[in-house]
Design a binder for this molecule. Structure first.
Ligand code: ZN
Ligand code: ZN
Length: 76
C-alpha cells in the first residue's frame, strides 16, 4: 500500500482554522495524527513534522531528539 506523509494528505480549511481536510476521504478533522491512523494503521506519524515511523518507540526517539522542547508522549 502506498503511504503518504501527513503534510501530503491534509490541507488547511482556512488560515484562521486549525482544522484540516483529509484529501483521501474529504473529512475535516482537528487532530490530523489521529485521523492519519484511520487510513494507515500501524504507522506512527510525528504531529510536529512530517516524519512517519512504523514503531511508536522509534517515533518517541525522534520526538525526543528533534523536538526536545516538547514533552511528548505517544499513545499507541
Ligand atoms: Zn481521511
Ligand atoms: Zn517530528
Amino acid at each position: 500500500m502506498k503511504t503518504y506523509r501527513i503534510a501530503q494528505i491534509f490541507e488547511k480549511v482556512n488560515s484562521l482554522d486549525e482544522r484540516k481536510r483529509c484529501l483521501l476521504c474529504g473529512k475535516v478533522v482537528c487532530n490530523v495524527r489521529n485521523h492519519y491512523y484511520v487510513h494507515f494503521p500501524g504507522k506512527y506519524a510525528c504531529s510536529l513534522c512530517t516524519a512517519v515511523y512504523t514503531r511508536s518507540d522509534t517515533l518517541l526517539m525522534h520526538c525526543r531528539s528533534k523536538h526536545p522542547e516538547l514533552n511528548v508522549t505517544i499513545i499507541p
